[in-house]
Design a protein around this ligand. Structure first.
Ligand code: NAI
Length: 344
């Protein structure tokens, strides 16, 4: 497909390719849909084989943000930036370029963190534009984004527990990845009385979790084969392949990791087996809700706002059962409907 076809197929509003001539830095900004409100989406820094691949990634990620905003009931749409990484990239110049371009969009697009973009990069962007949320703006700004993500995942887990006929306190939850979100999720689950089994490639993190939360520890390659009530992926995407889904010894899946299924076929396997999976882009919307609420209203989203993630998760799980369709498929349908019928 040509880039024009990619942009048309996703029905994307605007794509900008910008370049810092002196530094040789290139970035792609995609504004997918502003019908519900200004576009929101972070900055990814990655290597691409060519500009077409970067455009395709930016557009696909921006479209996913539109669905995520709609499901989170935000008056916002989807956008995304990709910075084309290469050996010797002048990172400061690249993020300054992004900041200048976001500033030129004048509030049509708000940005923030994503894979490959750290706090230092966001500070460079923030020097050029106010339309950016930093990752850990603790004193001024939206608040702790990872903590909000964990709170949202817990809300979704509560809805899932109900559908499993249990309380969170009764659950054995297998948490994959003890980074910014996974650690906070463990803290919340431990506080709620749940039993934890954890894995991380960093042994120091699992040792800390064993001490702090009484968590059982398994090797990273064993976590998807460990019997539990709920599997909570909080590391990488693409963990749930059809083969893993065939044998996953869990009754439910609910975590923060983006694109946790390798594809619709994998999600269908879990559905066939009666394993209830909360779609990742529903469960992990906490950071987006915090960032967007701050950008749009200059207030910090409160806990009640994040709890609504639980209501959406419950709605989807119930409909999935009644209509016999995987929750991820329903989530996409609902998102498309909401995006096309913006709030009045
Ligand atoms: P992070 O980078 O802080 O933590 C990831 C953790 O996973 C690290 O401790 C890492 O050692 C571990 N890990 C990596 N490979 C692993 C493996 N094979 N097995 C077990 N552990 C492994 O990332 P963060 O911010 O906690 O995000 C986690 C996931 O949630 C990511 O997929 C991210 O895209 C997604 N997410 C994060 C949000 C946020 O607010 N930080 C918001 C929405 C989604």
């Amino acid at each position: 497909m040509t880039s024009t076809d990619v942009i048309a197929a996703a029905d994307c509003e605007q794509v900008l390719v910008v370049r810092d001539r002196a530094a040789g830095a290139t970035a792609v900004l995609a504004v997918h849909d502003t019908r519900r409100g200004p576009a929101h989406g972070g900055i990814r820094r990655a290597r691409y084989p060519d500009l077409g691949a970067a455009v395709a990634d930016a557009v696909a990620l921006a479209q996913a943000m539109t669905w995520k905003c709609a499901l989170a009931e935000l008056p916002a749409g989807g956008g995304k930036t990709v910075v084309l990484d290469h050996d010797g990239l002048d990172r400061t110049a690249a993020y300054r370029l992004v900041g200048r371009t976001v500033a030129q969009l004048g509030g049509r697009y708000f940005t923030g963190p994503d894979v490959g973009t750290g706090d230092d990069d966001l500070r460079v962007v923030a020097a050029e534009t106010p339309f950016v949320a930093t990752a850990t703006a603790a004193d001024a700004g939206p608040g702790d984004l990872a903590a909000a993500t964990a709170t949202g995942v817990l809300a979704a887990l509560g809805a899932l527990a109900e559908r499993l006929g249990a309380r969170v306190a009764d659950l054995r939850v297998a948490v994959q990845g003890l980074g910014a979100v996974g650690w906070q999720l463990c803290r919340l689950l431990h506080g709620a009385g749940a039993h934890l089994v954890v894995a991380d490639v960093l042994a120091v993190r699992t040792a800390e979790a064993a001490t702090a939360f009484g968590a059982a520890v398994v090797a990273p390659e064993r976590i998807t084969a460990t019997p539990c009530d709920v599997f909570a992926p909080c590391a990488l995407g693409g963990v749930l392949t059809p083969a893993v889904c065939e044998q996953l010894p869990a009754r439910g899946v609910c975590g923060a990791a983006n694109n946790v299924f390798t594809g619709a076929d994998a999600a269908a396997v879990l559905h066939r087996r009666g394993v209830l999976a909360v779609p990742d882009f529903v469960a992990n919307a906490g950071a987006l809700i915090l960032g967007a609420t701050w950008h749009l209203q200059r207030v910090r989203a409160d806990a009640a706002r994040l709890q609504r993630i639980g209501a959406t998760a419950g709605l989807l799980l119930d409909r999935a059962r009644t209509e016999d369709v995987p929750p991820a498929v329903l989530a996409l349908q609902l998102a498309r409907e909401r995006a096309a019928a913006p709030p009045g």
